[in-house]
Write a protein that binds this ligand. Structure first.
Ligand SMILES: C[S@@+](CC[C@H](N)C(=O)[O-])C[C@H]1O[C@@H](n2cnc3c(N)ncnc32)[C@H](O)[C@@H]1O
Length: 205
């Protein structure tokens, strides 16, 4: 598949998904609360570690309808910028975060493969989105994100990984799931060091 088709197919998939929690979580909406709880515990650990990032400005990448921003990031950061290619999701994110409008920074309607950060961020949060980038765009994105970090800033990545050692392609949403070995190799390639890591198991209640 060409690079153009890989991105186009994903855009078509998301354009046909309703702007709801269940929609952005691929039918696993009931998993949202536990996901946020586990992310909160992780963020608390990060922010109480030695040399923590500041909490002025965060970037929510592949933000969807602003689920992570609304339920997590808004409680920690003064302002959050969002990157999300799908217009209906961005519109919904604005409505969702409406009450906390002073917290909402810039909304960038674009794919991460075309995004260039113009600000410095304390935390760049990437959740369930990096599988929408091919390896070379992921490397470019991580390099640019690294350059955009404030002092003590961190890129936080929360992604599924394969239990096999293979990259798995999902025909439905045109995304890849990478094995941990490949993720680690890519981090090495861009000189990013893992300083905190955790596994969230998928419990369905
Ligand atoms: C599984 S949803 C996750 C949304 C959000 N991170 C969350 O956890 O609620 C994936 C999101 O990535 C967005 N997306 C798809 N391709 C993307 C790309 N190339 N760059 C940035 N975001 C993309 C989709 O529109 C969708 O909102």
């Amino acid at each position: 598949m060409t690079e153009k088709d890989f991105y186009k197919k994903a855009a078509i998939y998301w354009a046909n998904v309703p702007a709801t929690i269940d929609g952005v979580l691929g039918g696993f909406g009931s998993f949202s609360d536990i996901d946020i709880d586990e992310s909160r515990a992780f963020l608390n650990k990060v922010l109480s570690s030695a040399n923590p990032p500041a909490t002025k400005l965060a970037l929510d990448c592949g933000a969807g309808i602003g689920r992570v921003t609304k339920h997590l990031l808004i409680h920690y950061f003064d302002k959050i910028d969002l990157v999300e290619p799908d217009l209906k999701f961005i519109t919904e994110a604005k409505i969702n975060i409406g009450d906390d409008v002073t917290k909402l920074g810039t909304l960038y309607q674009t794919g991460l493969q075309n995004f260039r950060p113009h600000k410095n961020y304390d935390v760049i949060w990437c959740q369930w989105v990096l599988g929408h980038l091919n390896d070379s765009d992921l490397i470019k994105f991580l390099n640019q994100s690294k350059e955009a970090l404030s002092k003590n800033g961190l890129i936080i990545i929360k992604e599924n990984i394969t239990t096999s050692k293979e990259v798995e392609y999902d025909e439905d949403d045109s995304s890849v799931t990478r094995p941990l070995e490949l993720m680690t190799k890519i981090f090495d390639q861009v000189n990013l060091r893992i300083i905190h890591s955790d596994i969230q198991l998928l419990y369905l209640l």
